[in-house]
Design a binder for this molecule. Sequence first.
Ligand code: SF4
Length: 444
Amino acid sequence: MPASPVTTPEFDAPARSSGTDPRLDAIRAKALAGERLSLGDGMTLYETPDIWGVCELADAVRRQLHGDIAYYNINRHLNYTNVCALSCKFCEFYRKQGDEGAYTHDLESIATETRKAIESGATEMHIVGGLSPYLPWSYYPEMMRTIRRISDVAGSELNIKAFTAVEIVHLAKIAKKYKKPDRQAGIRWVLQELKEAGLGSLPGGGAEVFDDRVHDETHKSKIRSDEWLDVHLIAHELGLNTNATILYGHIDQRRERLVHMEILRRAQDRALARLGYEGDPSAFREPGIPATEDIDTSPITLTREGVEQPTPAMSARGGYFQTIIPLPFFPDGSELEHLYGPSGLENLRTLAIARLVLYNFPHVKAFWIMQTLAMAQHMLQCGADDIDGTVVWYDITKLGGTTTHQETTVLDLQRAIREAGFEPVERDTLYRRVERDGESWRVR
Ligand code: SF4
């Protein structure tokens, strides 16, 4: 595709102090009362020049949920292959087999990485990769069993958080279980097999922006939103907690991001209803949102004061979305390199709006690996309560250069959180507090 001419994007100048836009008063009252915001409210939050008013409001809601606590974890990311059958336009990660830089890790090297992770005290392995046409189905459950065996021998409760929804669908295809008319049966089979082999939770990647126009223009061969939701809803039914993402700032419009959030919150209503939460049938329902009739239930809020937050113990009844992770698009190295990508202020605003709109998601993550630890500090003050973990290797995007070594220390994470005005709390994947005694750890 020929690159579009580069033009300077137009920005609304933000107000320098909060409290300057009276349109935010009604939204503030609704948000603090835990009432559902409309798409129109979301557009006002995007369009107001009073960005600091939006951030302050998100911070107030975040404090209703988490007080002055902010979470981090000790984790290791593992990208088992960058060989991918697809070629999404916004992706700088994938390679074709035989390309310079293409790699696939065998189970021996995954075992080595697992031992290193456990030795470093990690409580989580975060594993994602490309859709390799060259790896057999058996590689994936064997990967889970390998990690689980090493972890069990070491007496570790390491959580294997692995495979985005698009990978799960790919696995159902290579296992020859993804067949019409009941493709959901194939997804269920794969998730059950992986769970039995040791899978502990699902990350939230691959959601992009739930919109057919965006899908067809940027990642046409990838699964659509209905299949992404199928994977997560079935994972929840099987008692697996998952996360959700939104990859914004490429060809998407702000309204499309808000529709994406609306669809996510409806899917979360359904998960929380299974855990025993009662919805409010009289709550406002946004009309005209596509493709959710079969999952709709009464809206449930977690941001209202006094509402009990979902706990890992509840997962005996089913899983739920733990965290929304807004991910800004990075143009460098992708087919959409001619685009600008979102500005720092747009990133803060989108994160704050995610906190306000997704009032049934317990957590909002500032993913420092993509945005720097310095930016994550600002995000903690604009609605985020989590800054992810120590990481070490991350191949999906390469901040400020070509290296994939992106490691930070626990002390750096704790300092970043304290400087932002919060008390750092180490969590495991399921947001249980981690207690350490020398080299061993346990959750409570
Ligand atoms: S985004 Fe995922 S599916 Fe798309 S090309 Fe990159 S690795 Fe492959």
